[in-house]
Write a protein that binds this ligand. Structure first.
Ligand SMILES: *Cc1c(COP(=O)(O)O)cnc(C)c1O
Length: 400
C-alpha cells in the first residue's frame, strides 16, 4: 500500500498547482530558522548561503529584529505618504547621515526604487527644458528588476524578449569598458545606471577606473549617475555602501534587499540638486515608507553600520574567499568578490551543484549559468565557512 502524502508533501503538491510557476522550487517546505540556518518540516537544517537573495542580513530569529518588529507592529502600520510619521523621517535622516545623500524617497522593492530613479533622471532634464534628453545608459550583465522600465535596463534575452516593446531610449554599453560607455553617453543621456558590483550578472566588480570614468562622463554631459546598490549595498561588501571602495559618489543610489531585514522596502537616495526636480504629486507610492517598516529598517541600519559589524563582514568574507580558493577541483575556474558577496565560478553549469547542496544541507544559489553566488546572512561566521567548504569539497569531488 502506498503511504499517504505527508502534510509537507501535500503543501508542495498544492504549491505546484496554486502558485504561478515563475520559480523552480525544491520539494521541501521551510518552516523555521535560527541564525544562518533554515529548517524544513522534517527538521533538516540548511546552512543558508542565499539569505532570501541577499535580504536576511541579520539571519533568522534575531532577538533585536523580532523585538523591534513586535514593538513596531503594536504601533501604526500604515498612514500613506499623505502624512508625516516619525519612523520614516528618522530612517531618512540616518541614511543621509551615513551617505552622500540629502533626501530620501521610500518605495517597496528594488525594481520600484529603480523605476523612481529613472523617472528622477528624466525629470531633472525636463525641468531644464531638455525634453529630448531622455536616454538611460545601462550595461551588459546588469540586473535592475522585472518591471517594464527596470527590465528594459536588464539586458538578458529571457527576461526581455517575450515582453517587447520595453521602455524606449534604453541604451546598452559594455560593463567595465569605458570606451563603450563613452560611445553611449552623450547629449541625449538623461541618466546612467550601474551596479558597483553586479549581483545576478555573476558578482562582477566595477573597476574604480570605470566608475570614475562614468562620473566624469555624467558630469561632462549633465547626466544623472545612478548606483543600484539594491544587492551590494548595506554592508554586504564590508563597507556600508559598495561605492565607498571606489571613492566615487553617485547622484542617486537605490537600496532595497536587506534594508528592513526581510520585510519589503526600497529607497531612493538623492542629492539635493536631483531631488529638487520632483515636486508634490509628480511621483508617489501608496505603501512606501510606512511607520512599521521604517522602524524595522532603522534598527537594521543601526546594527549593520556599526564598525565592528562591518569588520566582521570583511573578516569572514576574506576567510570565505581564502577557503574557497583552497578547494582543489578542476571544475573551479575562479573565486572573486568583496565582503560577503562572493562568486565561485565553475567551468560549467552549476545547477546540479545547487541541487546537490539540498542533499547536503546547504542552500546555494546561482548567478548566471556558471557561478555559485554566496550572499549569506552577514552574521555568518568562520565555522560556517568551514562547514560549507567541507561539503562543497565532497560535492565537487563527486561531480564530473
Ligand atoms: C534584486 C535586485 C533588484 C530588484 O529588486 P526587487 O526587490 O526584486 O524588485 C534590482 N537591482 C539589483 C541590483 C538587484 O539585485
Amino acid at each position: 500500500m502506498l503511504n499517504a502524502p505527508t502534510r509537507a508533501e501535500q503543501f508542495v503538491d498544492d504549491g505546484e498547482h496554486y502558485l504561478a510557476q515563475t520559480y523552480k522550487r525544491p520539494p521541501f517546505l521551510l518552516v523555521s530558522g535560527d541564525g544562518p540556518y533554515l529548517y524544513d518540516s522534517e527538521g533538516h537544517p540548511y546552512l543558508d548561503w542565499v539569505a532570501g537573495i541577499a535580504v536576511n542580513a541579520l539571519g533568522y530569529n534575531d532577538a533585536g529584529l523580532t523585538q523591534t518588529m513586535q514593538t513596531a507592529a503594536a504601533g501604526l502600520i500604515h498612514t500613506s505618504n499623505l502624512y508625516y510619521t516619525a519612523p520614516a523621517i528618522e530612517l531618512a535622516s540616518l541614511l543621509i547621515e551615513k551617505s552622500f545623500a540629502d533626501r530620501v524617497f521610500f518605495s517597496n522593492s528594488g525594481a520600484e526604487a529603480n523605476e523612481g530613479a529613472v523617472k528622477w533622471a528624466r525629470k531633472v532634464q525636463y525641468e531644464k527644458g531638455l525634453t529630448d534628453k531622455t536616454e538611460i545608459v545601462h550595461f551588459s550583465g546588469a540586473f535592475h528588476g522585472r518591471t517594464m522600465g527596470a527590465v528594459a535596463l536588464t539586458p538578458k534575452e529571457k527576461y526581455q524578449k517575450p515582453f517587447m516593446p520595453l521602455m524606449p531610449h534604453s541604451v546598452l554599453a559594455e560593463f567595465n569598458n569605458l570606451e563603450s560607455a563613452r560611445a553611449a553617453i552623450g547629449p541625449k543621456t538623461a541618466g546612467v545606471i550601474v551596479e558597483p558590483i553586479q549581483g545576478e550578472g555573476g558578482i562582477n566588480i566595477a573597476t574604480d577606473e570605470f566608475l570614475r570614468g562614468l562620473r566624469a562622463l555624467c558630469d561632462q554631459h549633465g547626466a544623472v549617475l545612478i548606483f543600484d546598490e539594491v544587492q551590494c549595498g548595506m554592508g554586504r561588501t564590508g563597507k556600508l555602501w559598495a561605492h565607498e571602495h571606489s571613492g566615487v559618489t553617485p547622484d542617486i543610489m537605490t537600496l532595497a534587499k536587506p534594508l528592513a531585514g526581510g520585510l519589503p522596502i526600497g529607497a531612493i537616495l538623492l542629492t539635493e540638486a536631483v531631488a529638487s526636480a520632483m515636486h508634490p504629486g509628480e511621483h508617489g507610492t501608496t505603501f512606501g515608507g510606512g511607520p512599521m517598516i521604517t522602524s524595522v529598517a532603522k534598527h537594521v541600519l543601526q546594527r549593520i553600520s556599526q564598525p565592528e559589524f562591518l569588520e566582521h563582514v570583511n573578516e569572514v568574507g576574506n576567510y570565505l574567499q581564502e577557503r574557497l580558493s583552497e578547494i582543489n577541483s578542476p571544475l573551479i575556474k575562479e573565486v572573486r568578490g568583496r565582503g560577503l558577496m562572493v562568486a565561485l565560478e565553475l567551468t560549467g553549469d552549476v545547477s546540479a551543484m545547487v541541487e546537490a547542496g539540498y542533499q547536503h544541507g546547504l542552500l546555494l544559489v546561482n548567478a548566471g549559468t556558471n557561478v555559485i553566488r554566496f550572499v549569506p546572512p552577514l552574521i555568518i561566521d568562520k565555522p560556517h565557512v568551514d562547514q560549507l567548504v567541507e561539503k562543497l569539497t565532497t560535492i565537487l569531488s563527486a561531480s564530473k
